[in-house]
Design a protein around this ligand. Structure first.
Ligand code: LHQ
Length: 258
């Protein structure tokens, strides 16, 4: 059974974490397979949105803890340097927006994988656990970068130190994720979000993502300069012309993504 599935529906790439009997926790092969499909998404001009979800009842339980045992267990350097970090960096660098569709529990690196997505949404019964402290580790996979920026230092510290589970509605209320959907509607509603994104002006969304990425390290002057540069670029796209034409003609725009 493939541990990562990639299917294309229209211009959406659906990536499924697929080890449901182990709550989609990652071993090395699965991490490398996810890197590979993220590269395929980046290289395919026809992919205008990415949808990342888990098979079965969980989103992802982080690192496969069983794979840490035995003589051929990977070192922690390898697990982070070769497996998880390149996944997080690929998601942040991917030009197409990534929807993290958290269908069930997201724990450890699995929770932080969801937080690295551009728009994370969750089923109402899903939950997030910064499980690291429970096993004597520190948060990784970008969690200490993304979580305090999303919910503030105090709450991030409490969640990361206590390792308590946060239910999806509470996660949405504190700004950790964009929103929840009722369980019965989750699969369709979250996928529709990715479909909507795939019909928007893709170049402008990619530049928006770059602005948000760079905004955390730039000062105001640098950020204003970058906004100006990218707005000039956005203003040269066909989608900008189409957006203005459609507005003036009082019709729905048909964005082509360039
Ligand atoms: C698992 C796992 C799992 C193996 C469920 N591994 N089997 C970076 C650097 C270096 C080293 C380490 O890691 C990292 C990054 C990290 O991600 S560290 C954090 C690793 N993850 C965790 O500590 C979470 C461990 N899992 C859990 O706490 C629970 O399974 C949660 C709360 C996610 C779900 O609980 P339940 O709904 O009660 O399910 P369960 O515990 O019964 O799990 C179902 C099965 O999945 C079970 O197997 P079994 O054969 O008994 O049915 C679990 O052993 C297996 N599983 N997570 N990470």
């Amino acid at each position: 059974m493939e541990s990562i599935l990639l299917e294309k529906t229209g211009q959406v790439a659906r990536i499924t974490l697929n080890r449901p009997d182990k709550l989609n926790c990652f071993d090395g092969a699965m991490a490398l397979a996810l890197q590979e499909v993220l590269d395929q998404c980046q290289d395919d001009a026809n992919v205008r949105a990415v949808y990342l979800t888990g098979a079965g009842r969980a989103f992802c339980a982080g690192q496969d803890l069983q794979a840490l045992l035995g003589a051929d267990a990977p070192s922690f350097d390898t697990i982070l340097g070769d497996y998880f970090n390149p996944i997080i960096e690929r998601i942040r660098a991917l030009e197409a927006p990534v929807v993290g569709a958290v269908n069930g529990v997201a724990a450890g690196a699995g929770a932080n994988l969801a937080l690295a997505c551009d728009i994370a949404v969750a089923a109402e019964s899903a939950g997030f656990i910064q499980a690291f402290s429970k096993i004597g580790l520190v948060p990784d996979s970008g969690g200490t970068f993304h979580l305090p920026r999303l919910i503030g230092m105090q709450k991030a510290a409490a969640l990361m130190m206590l390792g308590e589970k946060v239910g999806a509605p509470e996660a949405a209320a504190m700004g950790m994720i964009y929103r929840t959907f009722p369980d019965g509607e989750f699969a369709d509603a979250s996928f529709q979000l990715a479909e909507r994104l795939s019909q928007l002006p893709t170049r402008a969304l990619a530049m928006t993502k770059r602005l948000l990425n760079d905004g955390v390290k730039n000062d105001l002057h640098q950020q204003l300069q970058l906004e100006e540069k990218l707005q000039v670029e956005a203003g040269q796209t066909n989608d900008f012309r189409e957006g203005v034409d459609a507005f003036l003609e009082k019709r729905k725009p048909e964005f082509k993504g360039h």
